[in-house]
Design a protein around this ligand. Structure first.
Ligand code: AMP
Ligand code: ZN
Length: 461
């Protein structure tokens, strides 16, 4: 680990305890995040997960750790095919529009670009190769309809990540059950599809394979791309909690049975963003996109503040009021730091004394306690003085990926300007009684004047 590294600890879904994150190769922390399914705009629930993954990366980097961040684009699955066919567009034309939109949203949320962003469609040969290996090793079998399934009874560890009830794994219950759809739940543990035989509703979206025409099942893409870009053993794998089962348990099965490595050494899952007590999701129709929120006057930075402000393992209920509070909090930070320029991310990464904000960074390093870190920042804001303090302040903000807003220009009505002018003139003439009358008049109308040596500033009360 580099000399100035501060250790980051995180709750590991598999071990079910907080562990230290250290790169297996001793140099670079290599991690994978399941990326978006590009069939519509991502909602801010999706972005809770992507923002927290970004906070993890930033916290590692600002602690002196090098990272390699791989995140895929799911551009072939049940949903992308269904919707592109319905829209009468090619899969590529359809998904590239939503991929670009996703990138735009990531940029406005200040998420760092992953070092690699492979697409599933461009890795079909790698996926076919993995199925061949699984078949050769007795972990996969072809069915009559040209599909190929993973045989979960061939992998005794199956379901460990999600703590799948062993009862459900009793052979009698699972041997005849198969899941052909990309998504299913824990109550239906079943042999899952690796290759889907061509069906009419897939339109032109099929590939040639040793099992005939068809397309890969959804779970396979991550296993194949991880193998190619991160190898058989890497440091951390991540997604929202809905991916623990079946997606991540299936990835483990595919990868361990074909490659034989350890696969992910640790797992990071982000709890769902909820609305009115239910998971924000496209299927429930209770979602907000960045675009919708921008139309309502809320900046992406404010959205990020809300998403990053709660602990990733705690439920978060989204409300529009939380965005208002975020705006106020960001304005307060901006005011405190007014006149100071944030050092570049590169120079913050080089590290240094964090002054009175060192404890805020310690909070982040300990299981990404973002709420605790923000508490420390606000608690010490008034005491910030030295260069080290401000370096620490900007380091914590950079870890959270927050930018300080420009102060908003305040429009002062002419009538108010007139009264303020009269007050100033009275003061120049040392007519304190008149000056006080004008001051009170301004206060009644909701304004206050701050005097300086050269002039005055009119502010809302
Ligand atoms: P998808 O585009 O559906 O594949 O999801 C992209 C990422 O968003 C995955 O890591 C999901 O687990 C995550 N996700 C989906 N819904 C939510 C939510 N309401 N809150 C947090 N993360 C979510
Ligand atoms: Zn995945």
């Amino acid at each position: 680990m580099p000399g100035n590294a501060r250790r980051v600890r995180l709750f590991d879904t598999l071990k079910r305890e907080v562990i230290s994150l250290e790169p297996v190769d001793g140099r670079t922390f290599r991690f994978y995040c399941c990326g978006p399914t590009v069939y519509g705009p991502a909602h801010i629930g999706n972005f809770r997960t992507f923002v927290m993954q970004d906070v993890l990366r930033r916290t590692l980097e600002l602690g002196g750790m090098k990272t390699k961040h791989v995140r895929n684009i799911t551009d072939v699955d049940d949903k992308t095919i269904r919707d592109s066919v319905a829209a009468g567009r090619t899969l590529e034309d359809f998904t590239s529009e939503w991929r670009d939109k996703f990138h735009e949203d990531c940029k406005s949320l200040n998420c760092l670009k992953p070092h690699l962003e492979p697409s599933a469609v461009k890795h079909v040969p790698e996926q076919i190769e993995m199925i061949r290996e699984l078949e050769a090793k007795g972990h996969a079998y072809a069915s009559d309809d040209g599909s190929v399934y993973f045989k979960i009874s061939s992998f005794p560890e199956y379901g460990r990540l999600s703590q799948l009830n062993t009862r459900e794994l009793e052979l009698g219950k699972t041997q005849n059950a198969r899941a052909n759809s990309d998504e299913y739940d824990k109550d239906n543990a079943a042999d899952f599809v690796l290759w889907k035989g061509r069906r009419d509703e897939d339109g032109e979206n099929f590939w040639e394979s040793p099992w005939g025409q068809g397309r890969p099942g959804w779970h396979l893409e991550c296993s194949a791309m991880i193998r190619k870009y991160l190898g058989d053993t890497f440091d951390l794998h991540s997604g929202g909690v809905d991916l623990v089962f079946p997606h991540h348990d299936n990835e483990i099965a595919q990868s361990k049975c074909s490659c034989g490595g350890e696969f992910a050494r640790s797992w990071f899952h982000v709890t769902h963003l909820r609305v009115d007590g239910r998971k924000m999701s496209k299927s429930l129709g209770n979602l907000y996109t960045l675009e919708q929120l921008a139309e309502m006057g809320h900046s992406a930075n404010e959205v990020r503040y809300v998403l990053a402000g709660g602990h990733y393992r705690k439920p978060m209920n989204f409300t529009l009021d939380s965005l208002k509070a975020a705006k106020e909090a960001l304005t307060k930070l901006a005011k405190a730091a007014s006149g100071r320029t944030a050092p570049s991310y590169k120079s913050l990464i080089k590290g240094g004394d964090l002054g009175i904000f060192a404890p805020a960074m310690t909070k982040l390093n300990e299981d990404l306690n973002t709420a605790g870190a923000l508490g420390e920042v606000f608690g010490n804001l008034k005491a910030a003085e030295s260069e080290a303090d401000w370096f620490g302040f900007f380091t914590v903000l950079a870890a959270l990926g927050l930018e300080l807003p420009e102060p908003e220009a305040i429009e002062v009505p002419e009538e108010i300007q007139e009264i303020a002018k009269k007050r100033w003139e009275a003061r120049q003439a040392k007519d304190w009684a008149a000056s006080d009358v004008f001051r009170d008049e301004l206060a009644v109308k909701g304004w206050v004047v701050k005097d300086g040596r050269e002039g005055y500033e009119i502010l809302p009360l």
